[in-house]
Design a binder for this molecule. Structure first.
Ligand SMILES: [Zn+2]
Length: 412
């Protein structure tokens, strides 16, 4: 059973029924799912979670859809890896990497899509749709195929070839729009009002969709032995994921799965080529001025981020920061993570690790805290950057098939 109480406006606290609504009619604030936490607490223990499926649906009581009709490809419960070699290079103490590259379509988006389409089915929708920078397109196409739902997936025309291919393979309608993600998003908002029977996961279903990101916090705490970390570093595009990770840790305390209210410092990571939130943070401003994105980290290249203001509030309130890294730092960090921990991330993960490294160099860490870095997409999706960016990614030694050639050319 889902323990939804209502949808509540984040700004004015007016409440709405749990339908396909995402904006407050009164003040245009975003709507948020509120739950009956007492009922959840009465029905949820660490043991009941542990007995659940090895996917996000082990936390079904804290999600806005039931497990019964879930559109499930096995999203979530990805490894939380202790990263001692990376920690040593950065001068950190206890560092963990949440390896969300291992989701069914290779990114954390499977978490939010699984939740959104489960709720969409409960609400009677037959058609799935989304505006995407790539990873979401992959995930919606895959989950809609799994659910037998028709789908329309909208992407910017200049997307990485790997992401286009991974969306097209599932069939149905992949629509490339000549424009930026923000243009695609605007078009989809118009389409959503013209086609109210379509479940746009990140438009009219956004309130439910966004909740899926809380599972990143739930799993982290469970995998740390039901402890919250001291500090998390999260990649920031729209900012929704960061706000939901913060909400997730608070909820665990509310329903008694954590012993005490955790104080997790939450930091956001952006690419300098699209860093409106980091800029506002540096300026001490609440206003996030939209920018035109120009970065290889396309999965988080959102020039007009919906949750920007909330990201900065959370970072300030918790003692975190929002920082940005250059294109070169992104690629260097992708290589650093691969070289030290054997994890191949896409550019957005390079942004997370890049900011982690930058903060380390700036002396941000004391060395005694538990830090978790969220690596949210697989490197094969953006492999092009490794060859196009002072490309020694494919450096290799070419030899003849003989022992002589091996001895001559390979240093051992
Ligand atoms: Zn409102």
């Amino acid at each position: 059973m889902a323990f939804i109480e209502a949808l509540t406006c984040r700004e004015c606290a007016r409440t709405y029924p749990a339908e396909a609504l995402h904006v407050c009619d009164y003040c245009f604030g975003p709507l948020e799912v509120s739950y009956d936490y007492e009922a959840i607490a009465a029905n949820t223990t660490r043991e009941s979670v542990a007995a659940g499926p090895r996917s996000i649906w082990r936390y079904a009581n804290l999600l806005p859809a039931t497990e019964d009709g879930a559109v499930d490809l096995g999203a979530g419960f990805t490894p939380l890896l202790r990263a001692d070699r990376l920690a040593a290079e950065l001068g950190l103490g206890e560092l963990w990497v949440k390896n969300d590259t291992l989701n069914p379509t290779g990114s954390f988006k499977d978490r939010v899509v699984s939740v959104a389409l489960a709720r969409a089915r409960e609400l009677g929708f037959k058609v799935a749709a989304c505006a995407s920078t790539g990873n979401l397109a992959n995930s919606v196409a895959a989950h809609a195929a799994r659910a037998g739902m028709r789908h329309y997936v909208f992407i910017p025309a200049n997307l990485e070839s790997g992401k286009v291919l991974m969306s097209a393979v599932y069939g149905h309608n992949l629509i490339a729009v000549e424009g930026s993600y923000d243009d695609v998003n605007r078009l989809c908002a118009e389409l959503a009002s013209e086609h109210p029977s379509w479940a746009f996961v990140n438009v009219n279903l956004r309130t439910y969709y966004a909740e899926g990101s809380k599972t990143l916090a739930f799993e982290t705490a469970e995998q740390l032995g039901w402890e919250a970390p001291d500090h998390v570093v999260v990649p920031v595009g729209s900012g929704s994921q960061l706000t939901k990770i913060a909400k997730g840790f608070r909820e665990l305390a509310k329903v008694g799965l954590l012993d005490a209210e955790p104080s997790v410092r939450v930091s956001g990571a952006q690419a300098l080529g699209c860093s409106p939130i980091a800029q506002a943070f540096a300026d001490g401003s609440d206003y996030v001025r939209p920018v035109k994105p120009d970065t290889i980290a396309r999965s988080i290249a959102i020039g007009n981020p919906s949750d920007g203001m909330y990201v900065n509030r959370i970072a300030r309130e918790t003692g975190g920061v929002v920082a940005a890294v250059t294109e070169q730092e992104i690629v260097d960090a992708m290589r650093l993570l691969a070289r030290t921990e054997g994890i191949f991330t896409e550019t957005a993960g390079g942004v997370t690790i890049g900011v982690l490294a930058k903060l380390a160099r700036a002396g941000r860490w004391r060395g005694d805290e538990t830090v978790v870095a969220y690596v949210t997409g697989h490197g094969l999706k953006t492999a092009d950057v490794l060859t196009s960016f002072n490309g020694h990614a494919s450096k290799r030694v070419e030899i003849e098939p003989s022992m002589k050639s091996f001895r001559e050319k390979v240093s051992i």
